[in-house]
Design a protein around this ligand. Sequence first.
Ligand SMILES: NC(=O)c1ccc[n+]([C@@H]2O[C@H](COP(=O)([O-])OP(=O)(O)OC[C@H]3O[C@@H](n4cnc5c(N)ncnc54)[C@H](O)[C@@H]3O)[C@@H](O)[C@H]2O)c1
Length: 255
Amino acid sequence: MSGRLENKVAIVTGAGGGIGGAIARSYAAEGAAVVLVDLNEAATREVKNAILEAGGGAAALIGDVSLEETAVRAVEMACREFGGLTTVVASAIYDAPYQPAPELPVGEWKKSIDVNQTGPFLLVKHAVPVLAAGAGDRGGGSIILVASQLAFAPKPGRTWYASQKGAMVSLAKALAVDHAKDGIRANALSPGPTADERFFSQWPSEEEAQANANTLMGRLGEPEEIAAGAVFLASDEASFVTGIELLVDGGYTAV
Ligand SMILES: NC(=O)c1ccc[n+]([C@@H]2O[C@H](COP(=O)([O-])OP(=O)(O)OC[C@H]3O[C@@H](n4cnc5c(N)ncnc54)[C@H](O)[C@@H]3O)[C@@H](O)[C@H]2O)c1
């Protein structure tokens, strides 16, 4: 197999999910070996099997990204199974209730920060030394933090979500500043509304979800269209791209 991510080794969190799964499969199709991290064992196994059946390389780690040991084990797994690490993608998400601040329980606020903000921090904390040490001869390291178009254009009740996704954009910039000298690029990737189970679960029907896409394209994005942005950011085609936020949102934020 040869492709745009030949010789890359990636960790993808939330790899059992709609977007994380599409990113993992697209990475493998482009030649990367992928460590899949997720709490959902069945969904992760499905993605892993699909990659292996297509002739790609994948290993699965069932773990909670809010725990430091999960980040440590994921980095160790990449090195042990695939001989190094070049790329990390933070896509896992804990969904707290969509409520305005006065109604949102403090416990939900804290839990969502643990998974959605501390999780990506722990991943990069443990990945950066390995990316810095070994990714140079494979085109350099790449960190991709999945944010959201709602960081810029929140819908009602998105207090926790918009603020935590905005934090991903700022964290990517801060990592870009600190680690350019280590040959590491860091970027945020902001999907727009995307046709997966998580999005559909917010609407009474898939038809209603599509009708409320609010994109210039008049439809939801497909997970593979979001994954295409993640492939670009991980690839050597993005060798001069760092500290940005790549919006793949069908024009949601254009108006
Ligand atoms: N779907 C959309 O419309 C949309 C739009 C903008 C941004 N996003 C972002 O894209 C990313 C992926 O979203 P998705 O639609 O694929 O969601 P999803 O619910 O399909 O996938 C999320 C995955 O994260 C896993 N997860 C949850 N908590 C975890 C934990 N503590 N440890 C490890 N894994 C955990 C879940 O098991 C699930 O497989 C998220 O960061 C989300 O905010 C999605």
